[in-house]
Design a protein around this ligand. Structure first.
Ligand code: 9YT
Length: 128
């Protein structure tokens, strides 16, 4: 087994600055777990357009509050600490952070670890 500390990732290439968010990549594709795990900070007062067309993502909020708007139906989903949302339909959405939010993000298939969103809020397929 292995143990990964947040401190192992801070200041490395696996601490990825997405502008509205900082994603600390704890488990990645090369760990061969079949999923990846990030500890992500969403900056207070931001709105981020996200559309993971190539990935399923579960997001567990452990600090802060905000909301998700699913764009297929314009539904607003308030999210606060101790709640998880699952983008089980590759849902295109807006993520609005009312306060700073800390999220544990699990991706299937796993991220390689260096991804940032493209202009549509998408992560590319990792074909390596
Ligand atoms: C919660 C969320 O989707 N934030 C965007 C960053 C992404 N989850 C990541 O790579 O950690």
């Amino acid at each position: 087994m292995k143990v990964v500390s947040l401190e192992d990732v801070l200041g490395t290439k696996h601490e990825v600055d997405g502008g509205n968010w900082m994603s600390r990549r704890l488990i990645m594709k090369d760990d061969n777990m079949g999923y990846s795990v990030n500890d992500t900070i969403i900056k207070a007062g931001t709105e981020t357009h996200i559309w993971y067309k190539n990935h399923l993502e579960s997001v567990y909020c452990i600090e802060g509050e905000g909301e998700v708007v699913t764009l297929s139906d314009n539904k607003v989903w308030p999210i606060k600490a101790n709640q998880l949302y699952a983008l089980d339909k590759n849902d295109e959405h807006l993520l609005r952070a009312k306060t700073e939010m800390r999220m544990i993000c699990v991706f299937n298939p796993p991220l390689s670890g260096l991804e940032v969103h493209d202009e549509d809020g998408v992560y590319p397929v990792d074909e390596s």
